[in-house]
Each structure stands twice: as C-alpha cells, then as structure tokens.
Design a protein around this ligand. Structure first.
Ligand code: AMP
Ligand code: MG
Length: 360
C-alpha cells in the first residue's frame, strides 16, 4: 500500500556551515535569557549593561558574533562608512503656523564621527542670520534657546554654508562618508528649502542620508522609529543639555550613533531626496556638460568633412538598410558614431554589402 505520508527529510549536516550553526545556537541562547542574565553576561564581559532588554540582547549577540569570528579566524566585514557627519538644524518657527511656514536655518551644527575608532573627531557650530523673518518669534527663542542677539551677529546662510562645506571638505570629502540626521526633515526640508531660498546649489552629498530613527529601530528591533529622548532611554542614557538646541541635539544624536557603532551596527544611508532638484550641483554640472556636448556636436555638424569613398558607400548602405536618411547617417559617421576605426569600417562595409545583396 502506498503511503501518502511525506518521507522524513534527512538533514545533511555536511552542508551546514558549523560556524553558522554555532552562531545561531548562541543567538537562540541570548533570545531565551532574562534581563538579569543578559546584564550579568554583559557585565562579566566588561560590556555596558545599560539599556532595555532588546538593546542588551543585540549587544550580547554582537559580542558572541565577534568572539566566534575571532576564534574561527574569520575576517569580520569592514564598516561601510569611514566618517559620519551628524547634523541637526534649528530654524525660525512660529507656534501656530503649519507646514507651509518658510523655515530658515538659524543654527548649523555638525558633529563628526570617525567610524573606525567609534569617536567624535570634530565639531562645526555656527548660528545663521535669517532674512525672510529676521526677528525670531518668542516661541522660537524659547523652543531653541537661541537669542535675537546670536542671530543678529551671525552671517547669512551662504557664508555659513561655505564654511560648513569647507569643514567637511578638509575632513571627509573623498572618503566614504554620509550625513546622519534625526528624521528626514533636516535634509529634505530645512536644507532643501534654505538652498532654494539662498540660491545655493543643493549639494549632491546631501541627497542621501542616514535617518538614525530607522537605524535604531531596526538594529535594536524595537518597533516604530522613536524620537531622540526615547532612543536615548532605550540605551539607558539621558539627554545632555537642552532639547532643541541644535548643538546639544547633534551631540546627543551622535551619542546614539556611537552606541549603535559600539554594538556592531554597520550604519549606512537609508533615505534620499525624491524631489527633483532644480539647483543641484550635479544637475548644474550635467547641464554644462550637455551644453558643451551640444556645442561640440553643432560645430562638428557644421564642418563639411568630406567622407572617403568607403565611408560614402557605408553611409548609403547603412541608410538603406535601416530606412534612414543618408545625410543623417553621414553625420553619424562624421561624429564617429559608426565605424570608429578603419578596420571595422571595412568590416562593416563588407558585412553590409553582403547583407544588402542578400536582401535584394
Ligand atoms: P528639532 O531638531 O526637533 O529641535 O527641530 C528643528 C526645528 O523644527 C526647530 O528649530 C523649529 O524650527 C522646528 N520645530 C521643532 N519643534 C517644533 C514645534 N513643536 N513647533 C514649531 N516648530 C518646531
Ligand atoms: Mg534640533
């Protein structure tokens, strides 16, 4: 009698990487640990035992992973980025105004992280004088702690921006680096709008960034992305300074980024600007390139370069074969889009002749 029961699948242990088996066994062990056991294990291994159970689990898993890699003499992959530039702008605002308020950047802080050493290696910090609404609202002053005097004494955006770019240029341009922000708004809204307003080309490097809320939520497996205070709380940390002060926000966001790096997270860009950028560096460079190319083509076209007999034949055959105008095909030959060198030209002619004769 035929049995309908599926036959047992035999696990072929030869196919299973013993290293991966060990790793998943360790991860399973960590998943089953209570918070007290997690803390003890971390403490015994001289690691921080601050944070929620999810954070502690991830930290311990990372520790075991590194340990297993070292034991098996496997190379752990290098981090994707060399530097991370944390930015948190403050902007003019009014309590009652909605999303359409023309925010202008009034505080421009950068905290630069070197990924390799998991450390802060520099800071840039300047205030910015707003132009559309030069008088800060009381609400804005209270929220950000920025006084009227501070912005009155400051330079306008283009000058401050130029110095910020110089700061980055001297430290990270040419390396693998990215901007990191708390949410998508700093680049997609504040910098984007400010560049438009000030007539400054939107930089290419600001089109992609790291939204730390997403990195934190995914890496520690804590559900929905959270605000700075709650991310810090998960890590068992407290906010240092005043919330909504640009430099204090930036330093605290950097602390979260450092914790993620310390816990083995490979931080990479996870958001980008979707809107087309009119005044972006790249599109400007491309439009110059396009204009140059067009000018070059026009000048080539206007040149009445005589084609040799072989090229003339090729032009007429190619045109007939593809149902094209002979003059257009000749232009393509002059631009060297067809038959770039003499040998291939002969070959082309030969094969075209052969093809053509077969068709007629
Ligand atoms: P943040 O990075 O959260 O400090 O906010 C950046 C900017 O967003 C602030 O400088 C304000 O311009 C604006 N902003 C933040 N929170 C509020 C709020 N509750 N009401 C109005 N504007 C706000
Ligand atoms: Mg802020």
């Amino acid at each position: 009698m035929n049995s309908t029961k599926p036959s047992k699948v035999r696990r072929d242990d030869d196919d299973v990487d013993p290293f991966m088996t060990k790793l998943s066994r360790k991860n399973g062990e960590v998943n089953r640990m209570r918070i007290a056991a997690l803390r003890k294990k971390l403490f015994d291994n001289q690691l921080s035992s601050d944070g929620t159970d999810k954070v502690l689990q991830r930290r311990l898993k990372n520790f075991y992973k590194r340990q297993l890699y070292a034991e098996s003499q496997r190379q752990i992959s290098q981090p994707s980025l060399e530097y991370i530039a944390v930015i948190d702008f403050e902007a003019t605002t009014e309590e009652t105004k909605g999303f359409d308020y023309p925010h202008e950047i009034i505080e421009f802080p950068i905290v630069l992280i070197e990924v390799k050493n998991v450390s802060v290696i520099g800071e840039f910090h300047e205030y910015v004088k707003p132009v559309l609404n030069p008088k800060l609202s009381k609400f804005c002053r209270t929220l950000t702690g920025i006084s009227q005097k501070l912005v009155d004494r400051a330079d306008e955006f283009p000058q401050v921006f130029a110095r910020a770019v110089k700061f980055l240029e001297e430290r990270v341009f040419g390396t693998k680096w990215a901007i990191l922000t708390d949410g998508p708004w700093d680049m997609s809204r504040f910098l984007f709008k400010q560049c438009e307003l000030s007539g400054v080309p939107f930089p290419r490097w600001a089109r992609k960034w790291i939204n730390i809320r997403k990195v934190h939520a995914n890496y520690y497996n804590v559900g929905k992305p959270k605000k700075i205070m709650l991310m810090l709380e998960d890590l068992g940390l407290k906010f240092d300074g005043s919330l909504h002060s640009g430099i204090d926000d930036t330093r605290n966001i950097a602390r979260i980024a450092l914790s993620l790096l310390e816990d083995g997270c490979d931080i990479v860009t996870n958001e980008r600007l979707l809107e087309p950028v009119e005044n972006e560096e790249k599109s400007i460079a491309n439009s110059y390139k396009r204009k140059n190319l067009e000018a070059q083509r026009k000048s080539n076209d206007s040149k009445t370069v005589n084609l040799d007999d072989n090229q003339e034949t090729l032009a007429s055959l190619h045109a007939q074969l593809h149902g094209l105008e002979v003059s257009k095909t000749k232009r393509r030959i002059r631009r060297k889009e067809i038959a770039p060198d003499h040998n291939s030209e002969e070959e082309d002619t030969e094969s075209l002749l052969r093809y053509f004769s077969l068709q007629t």
